[in-house]
Design a protein. Structure first.
Length: 398
């Protein structure tokens, strides 16, 4: 049955007078989330108190919701658990992957990767010793750099700045051919386009839920471990809830079975409640239909901007098959232009050094949003109304 994107749009709180093209950074509020969280606060935390861990099923939510995310990214049942932050999950996946190839010391990534992933890799290398190192190459050079020295290939599938899309299946197969483990960051993929972790034979994957999956600011991250690795993977962070029997209170760590061993800290119960409300919407969405709609929205935006804003340069791949669900343009005054747009109700964001970034999320982005954003951007560029001191003052979050 085709997905009704008008119906999904109605299930989000979208402020009047705002065209929201930044769901690739923070998804908007699902209408049901406030009531769901309020119920969790008053009916569960309030009335059940600590009994909520059992009576309300709080302890089981990280894997139950993980399976619901799994449908969107082609993951096998029981292969995803939620909790902690994306950086923590990157660290877990990398450390476990390195442990699987003890004779090698190189992590390979690309210069388009999200810097936080690279920071975590650098820190892990420093912890493990000077013989470990992170190597980064240009995105187009990754395949050539995959040699028998590489222990782990760590890539973000969709470039956070440009939307460039890596070929997960091909690069994972090449990594395996070279004897390396493949770790994928799906921060800009999960909920943005169809992903098939199982078919691609990915070893590990991580991602966040506050972007396309709309769990709210600071929402929990997830980690995927392929079933073939789950009972032999050594958890780098031996947290209490990853123990085989947390409430036995053993003095020594024994890893839990399957994906449970990748749990670390206490589940963020209130944010999981918000995520559950969002996933109720996602349960109605066909991912192939989502992708087709995403491509149509992005193509319309590119066509409109290029026809009306000649001083903006497309930074995203022109071929939709090589692009995620975002479109980026370059301009030396990109920050000021974005602030001028936001002042007129079109919310995208800026990424250094010169990128105006726009996310297209079919669950709530309409054709009218696209045409309206193009018209406002064209007016700003034609009038140079961005050229004001107030628009050039950098805020902490860009």
């Amino acid at each position: 049955m085709p997905t009704d994107f008008a119906a999904t749009r109605d299930q989000f709180h979208l402020p009047k007078g705002v065209i929201y093209l930044d769901g690739n950074s923070l998804g908007p509020l699902p209408r049901a989330a406030a009531a769901r969280v309020a119920s969790c606060v008053t009916d569960e935390w309030g009335d059940m108190l600590i009994r909520g861990w059992n009576a309300a099923g709080w302890m089981d939510q990280p894997t139950k919701l993980g399976d619901r995310i799994g449908r969107l990214i082609g993951a096998e049942a029981g292969s995803i658990v939620l909790g902690d932050t994306l950086s923590i999950k990157v660290y877990q996946a990398l450390a476990s992957a390195l442990d699987m190839v003890p004779s090698r010391r190189v992590i390979l990534s690309d210069t388009g990767n999200f810097p936080s992933d690279l920071y975590m890799a650098e820190g892990l290398c420093r912890t493990l010793g000077p013989e470990y190192r992170l190597v980064t190459v240009a995105p187009e050079d990754v395949a050539d750099a995959l040699t028998e020295d590489v222990a782990v290939l760590m890539l973000t599938q969709v470039d956070y700045r440009t939307g460039r899309l890596h070929d997960m299946a091909a690069l994972t197969a090449l990594a395996h051919e070279k004897g390396a483990i493949a770790v994928w960051d799906l921060a800009h993929s999960a909920g943005a386009l169809p992903v098939d972790l199982a078919a691609c034979r990915a070893d590990f994957a991580v991602g966040c839920t506050y972007k396309y999956l709309n769990s709210g600011p600071g929402g929990p991250a997830f980690i995927y471990v392929a079933p073939r690795h789950q009972d032999t993977t050594r958890p780098a962070l031996s947290g209490w809830l990853g123990h085989a029997a947390p409430f036995a209170f053993d003095l020594h760590y024994r890893p839990g079975s399957g994906i449970e061993r990748m749990r670390v800290g206490t589940p963020p119960v209130l944010q999981l409640a918000a995520l559950g409300a969002s996933l109720d919407i996602w349960d109605t969405v066909d991912m192939a239909a989502l992708r087709a709609r995403s491509v149509a929205l992005c193509e319309a935006f590119i066509t409109g901007v290029e026809a009306t804003c000649p001083t903006l340069t497309l930074a995203s791949p022109r071929n939709a098959d090589q692009r995620g669900s975002q479109v980026s343009f370059r301009h030396p005054e990109g920050y000021a232009i974005m602030q001028a747009l936001i002042a007129q109700g079109v919310i995208g964001d800026f990424r250094a050094p010169d990128i105006l970034r726009f996310g297209f999320t079919p669950l709530y982005t309409s054709d009218a949003d696209v045409s309206g954003a193009v018209a406002i951007l064209a007016g700003i560029m034609a009038s140079n109304s961005w050229d004001q001191p107030a628009f050039k003052t950098r805020a902490k979050v860009t």
